[in-house]
Structures are given as structure tokens and as C-alpha cells.
Design a protein around this ligand. Structure first.
Ligand SMILES: [Zn+2]
Length: 493
């Protein structure tokens, strides 16, 4: 295909950059990938590659082996078609409309005022460039291109695993040069739901709003071991400690915006006898000082305020208030176990992400993660126990199992050897405490040997997204060497 390559002129590998540049002109926001699907479909037809699309709209393209490599095992290459379409409000460019203006900044490639879509355009461009180059030896390849990765791995969740013939899956959606990823966490959502009775407030009751803010927050998996405060837990603790000395009743408690983030904000409305208002304010300030001290080294900006409020409903009873505050105290949050394979990596964690009051009911939503599927049932059992002790119920939604690191993986050994052969240095082998599409696909195709790598991409999902050009060349050379290595005669077992 004829591509103008003004910004990218001279960059190698030329065919990769040609495909990458073409993708920047095609709209591909999550759930609206049709234009890029048509682009890939036309490309596959032009090259005579068999293409399948599953009910989830994901693509599987079969690329025949190069001569002499026909009996090699099938290798699946995988990446996602969609991209996060963020832009500066003042920018004339908009990825959602296929307007990405490429900018070279030394060794970096970025987009003018928008996301670049190197996450995960590098994977799609690399697959296309590799598949059409007859001079690069490889066995039978299967190109797995998923949709809607950026919206909760939706495409991978709908992926039809029966289409996968590969025994090795190479995910190309990693963002750190020099690192080979061999594991990630699976996850389960839970909701503790407790119905509790309310009755009329005491005669001279006043309503107060207790608000927690100022914490650092962060990703509920990747940042869970940093000792940051959870605003819902801070609020629960401040109220519980105050409740031990000053009677008050809870009217509502809400906090957190996303299951995926450590909550930074939470607020409760309480009803207290007007004669005890000053005592309650003082008790909450005392509790807040202790909590701030607990987090003084890890999250020093915690702010707890008390303001006059309107009470829109009757408070929960005193017994219900005690029980609800106990339930919040019992819901675990934070890292629970460290990886036996990698120093400093969390294996199992749980994060209380959201609290919601709805009528008489309080709901506590947690996201629990582990790369070790056998570890999570105990975490869920604890949450179930909280629900039952509080007279409530637990809803459990298993999302996908973990991708447990296998340091004896043949794919890892082959990729490690390819890496050392090319770059004369050792790669870093690691895993992440977050979800990747590999976990979801691996759940559907038991026994897949999986690995993930990519070039250096910084600030993905933001208009500052940029990809390091020299690391793209390293990524490409590693991919080419790896598919060659995996298909060398004698590798078929
Ligand atoms: Zn991605």
C-alpha cells in the first residue's frame, strides 16, 4: 500500500512504520473498531490470509508457515485493535475521528495534542509487517486481534477460545523495553450488601457530614503495596473510634469512584444529639490525628472534615450503626501475599473500592486479585463472613483466573535466549499485579504457554503518550528472532 511517511521517513523497519502510520488515520475507539476491522480484513484478503471473526468481533488471522517451517508448532501473536482516544480540549486532532498528527521528538514519537495509540498499535503493525514479509522465517502463525481491551478487557472476555490452535501465545501489549512479562493477576468482584433498620432521630438531633479526602489513591492492583490510605476505610475508622465515646447514628456512607482505583474520597452523614455535637467533632478530630499519624510516611495528605449537613432520611438505629461500622472494619484491603517468584511483587490483594448507601442498604464493593487462583477463595470467604456476620449477603462475580508465572516455560527459555543473542544482555523477567488479556485468553485455552513484551511506551491513555523509536526496533528484532527460534526444525515436540 502506498503510504506517505513524512514524519517517519527513514525509520526502520520501514514496513512496520508504514502500517503504524496507516493505523493513525483510522478511527479505533473501544467498542467502535469497525473501520480498523475493515482495514485488517482488506489487508488479509489482499495477502490471501484466512480470517475469522468471533461473536465478540475479535479477529483471528491464519498466516501459513514460511517454506521449511510447516511442521513447526502454531504460534499465536496477540494485541488489541482499540485505543484510548484522549485529546487536549484545544487540539484540532482527534483519534476518535482518525486524526492523529505524528510528531518526532528526538528518539520519541508522539501525537500532537492526543493519544498516540502505540498502545496497542505497535502490536497490530508488527503482526502485519511480520506476516507479509516472506523473507522472515516462522512457523504457522495465528494473529489474535482483540477489540475493546481498554474497557475492562471486554473483547478478550468474549473471545472464542476454540479458534486458538497455537500452543504458544505472544502478547505484544507490554510497555517496558527490556522486560519479559510472564504473569498477571486474575480478579473477582464482590459486593457485601447489608440491610439495616432505621428509625426516627432523637428530638434535638443535628446532622453532620464527615468527609475524607486528600489521599493519593492510585491503581488498586499496581499501587496496592504502597501503604496508601483507603478513604472508605479511613472514614469507617474515624467514625468507629468516635462512636466509642460519643453516641451518634449513621444516616449514609458513600465513597470511591471505581473498583480499579484506591478510593480518595468518602463521606458520611451522621445524626447526633445537638448537645453532643461539639464532643463528636472533637472525637473525630482526635481519631483523624491518629489516622494521619498512621499514614504519615506513606500518605500524609489525608484530610478529615466535619460540616453541618442536611439529613434526608432517618438514621440507622444505634445497633445498625455499630454493625455497619464493624462491617467496614472487617472488610480487608491491601496486599495479602507476596509473590514467591519475584521480589516485591504482590501475589494476592484485595481493595475495597466503593461504598454506596441505597435506602436501608449499605453496599461495599471490593476487587480482589491474585496470580494464584488457589489463593483467592480464602479472600472471598472472608468477605462472605463479613456479609453473614452483618446479617447481609455477598454477591460474587469471578472475572478471570490469574496467569501464574511459570519460570520453566519453554517459551520463556526461547525468548530469553533470543534476547541475549540479540542484545548481549539479560532481560528482566517479571509479572504484574493487574489484569492482562493473556489471563482471560489463557483461562479459555488451557495449557497455553504465554509471554508478553513490547517497546518502551510512556504515559499511555493520555495526550502525553509516546513511544521510544529505538526500542521499537529492538522490539521488532526480538519478535522476528523469537518466531524464527520457535519454528527451527527440531523445536516441534
Ligand atoms: Zn494496551
Amino acid at each position: 500500500m502506498a503510504v506517505e511517511m513524512t514524519t517517519l521517513t527513514g525509520l526502520e523497519p520501514r514496513s512496520f512504520w508504514g502500517h503504524f502510520e496507516a493505523l493513525t488515520r483510522i478511527p479505533r475507539p473501544s467498542r467502535h473498531e469497525e473501520p480498523v476491522i475493515e482495514h485488517v480484513r482488506a489487508w488479509a484478503a489482499e495477502h490471501g490470509f484466512e480470517l475469522h471473526q468471533d461473536a465478540g468481533r475479535n479477529l483471528v488471522i491464519r498466516v501459513p508457515a514460511t517454506p521449511g517451517r510447516e511442521s513447526a508448532p502454531v504460534v499465536s501473536l496477540q494485541g488489541h485493535l482499540d485505543m484510548v482516544c484522549e485529546r487536549e480540549p484545544s487540539s484540532p486532532n482527534d483519534p476518535a475521528e482518525g486524526r492523529i498528527a505524528l510528531v518526532r521528538d528526538g528518539d520519541w514519537l508522539k501525537a500532537d495534542g492526543t493519544t498516540l495509540g502505540a498502545d496497542d498499535g505497535v502490536a497490530i503493525a508488527a503482526m502485519m509487517a511480520l506476516a507479509e514479509d516472506a523473507s522472515l522465517p516462522h512457523g504457522p502463525l495465528e494473529l489474535l486481534m482483540t477489540v475493546a481491551e481498554e474497557v475492562g478487557l471486554e473483547g478478550a472476555n468474549a473471545f472464542d477460545g476454540s479458534l486458538v490452535e497455537g500452543r504458544v501465545l505472544v502478547n505484544l501489549d507490554s510497555e517496558e523495553d527490556g522486560k519479559l512479562t510472564v504473569g498477571c493477576a486474575g480478579s473477582t468482584d464482590t459486593w457485601v450488601r447489608v440491610e439495616a433498620s432505621r428509625d426516627a432521630p432523637v428530638a434535638d438531633a443535628v446532622a453532620l457530614a464527615v468527609t475524607v479526602s486528600g489521599g493519593l489513591g492510585g491503581h488498586s492492583g499496581m499501587n496496592i503495596e504502597y501503604g496508601r490510605s483507603n478513604a472508605i476505610k479511613v472514614l469507617g475508622r474515624a467514625l468507629r473510634e468516635a462512636h466509642a465515646t460519643v453516641p451518634f447514628r449513621l444516616v449514609s456512607l458513600d465513597g470511591g469512584k471505581s473498583r480499579n482505583a484506591i478510593p480518595r474520597d468518602a463521606a458520611a452523614v451522621v445524626s447526633v444529639d445537638g448537645a453532643r455535637e461539639a464532643d463528636l467533632r472533637a472525637a473525630i478530630e482526635t481519631a483523624a490525628a491518629t489516622i494521619r499519624d498512621a499514614f504519615s510516611k506513606t500518605d500524609s495528605g489525608i484530610d478529615v472534615t466535619v460540616d453541618a449537613a442536611e439529613s434526608t432520611s432517618d438514621p440507622w438505629t444505634d445497633a445498625a450503626t455499630t454493625m455497619l461500622l464493624d462491617a467496614i472494619a472487617l472488610v480487608p484491603t491491601g496486599p495479602l501475599a507476596m509473590s514467591p517468584d519475584f521480589d516485591g511483587l504482590v501475589e494476592t490483594s484485595t481493595s475495597l473500592g466503593e461504598a454506596m448507601t441505597d435506602g436501608d442498604r449499605l453496599t461495599l464493593h471490593s476487587l480482589s486479585r491474585s496470580s494464584n487462583d488457589s489463593a483467592l477463595p480464602e479472600v472471598i470467604a472472608a468477605l462472605d463472613a463479613v456479609a453473614r456476620l452483618a446479617g447481609g449477603e455477598l454477591e460474587v462475580k469471578h472475572n478471570y483466573g490469574g496467569w501464574r508465572p511459570d519460570l520453566d516455560s519453554p517459551a520463556l527459555a526461547a525468548l530469553h535466549a533470543s534476547y541475549e543473542g540479540l542484545f548481549d544482555e539479560e532481560p528482566i523477567v517479571t509479572a504484574v499485579h493487574a489484569g492482562l488479556e493473556t489471563a482471560v485468553i489463557g483461562d479459555k485455552v488451557p495449557g497455553l504457554d504465554m509471554i508478553s513484551f513490547g517497546p518502551q511506551i510512556e504515559a499511555p491513555h493520555s495526550p502525553d503518550e509516546r513511544v521510544s523509536i529505538p526500542t521499537v526496533e529492538r522490539f521488532w528484532r526480538l519478535l522476528v528472532a523469537f518466531v524464527d527460534e520457535l519454528s527451527k526444525p527440531g523445536k516441534d515436540t
